[in-house]
Design a protein around this ligand. Structure first.
Ligand SMILES: *Cc1c(COP(=O)(O)O)cnc(C)c1O
Length: 221
């Protein structure tokens, strides 16, 4: 069972306290069930439609994380069940998440996505934008979202030192936000950073959550 073996290999490299989110995008339910039977319960998707479909088909004790860019008009489809949204990149999106969470009578845990990569194509806010969001009156009035920490994606590059610098920057932003806005909130502590190619660096730089697909399921078609 290659998937179970791969899972074990990855888990063995993660220190206690680092959560593994297995990213299942493009993979069939039967493939995902191999990871499930190997004990995995935290899974992530980057598209709402796929996430919603798989949530309906797979066991109810799976905790689903949204890791990809989220459009406001699609929040309603995942609001009833989503365990963590990693990709909050605007106040507008967070307002919609708060509204949909209210309708579902729940609190939705979220991470603020920060832009740390060179590429302009990756989503995420600047540190200043995060501050503006957290200081806004709209945010102060939200009772149905909880900000648990930050997420970021490093530049797609072979330059490991660059990846390390970007992860350090994210950790530093997390520390600064914690000090400024969440000093008394124990729940603000997560740093989601690291994918198949760079999770070891992520962990060395203080990641608390890694999001891994390829290293477990192999290359996507
Ligand atoms: C696909 C994806 C991952 C996992 O990438 P791998 O390289 O397959 O491990 C992690 N995070 C996000 C946001 C993704 O879209």
């Amino acid at each position: 069972m290659a998937i179970a073996d791969n899972l074990k290999k990855v888990r063995d490299q993660l220190p206690a306290g680092v959560q593994l989110i297995v990213v299942t995008k493009t993979h069939e339910p039967a493939t995902i069930m191999e990871a499930y039977h190997a004990g995995q319960r935290l899974f992530g998707e980057n598209k709402v439609q796929e996430l919603q479909a798989k949530q309906g088909l797979l066991p109810p004790d799976i905790q689903w994380h949204m890791v990809g860019h989220l459009q406001s008009n699609k929040v309603k489809y995942i609001a009833p069940f989503i365990s963590l949204i990693h990709s909050v990149d605007s106040l507008k999106l967070l307002r919609v998440i708060d509204r949909e969470a209210t309708k579902n009578q729940r609190v939705i845990p979220c991470l603020l996505q920060l832009h740390i990569a060179d590429e302009t194509t990756k989503f995420g806010m600047s540190f200043a934008e995060c501050c503006r969001l957290l200081e806004s009156e709209a945010f102060q009035n939200m009772a149905h979202v909880e900000i648990m920490g930050v997420m970021g994606m490093a530049t797609f590059t072979d330059d490991q030192e660059q990846v390390r610098r970007e992860f350090r920057e994210l950790r530093e932003h997390c520390r600064a936000l914690k000090q400024k806005y969440f000093a008394s909130r124990d729940s603000f502590r997560e740093i989601s950073m690291g994918m198949s190619d760079d999770y070891r660096i992520g962990v060395e730089e203080g990641s608390t959550m890694v999001r891994i697909g390829t290293a477990i399921f192999g290359e996507r078609e």
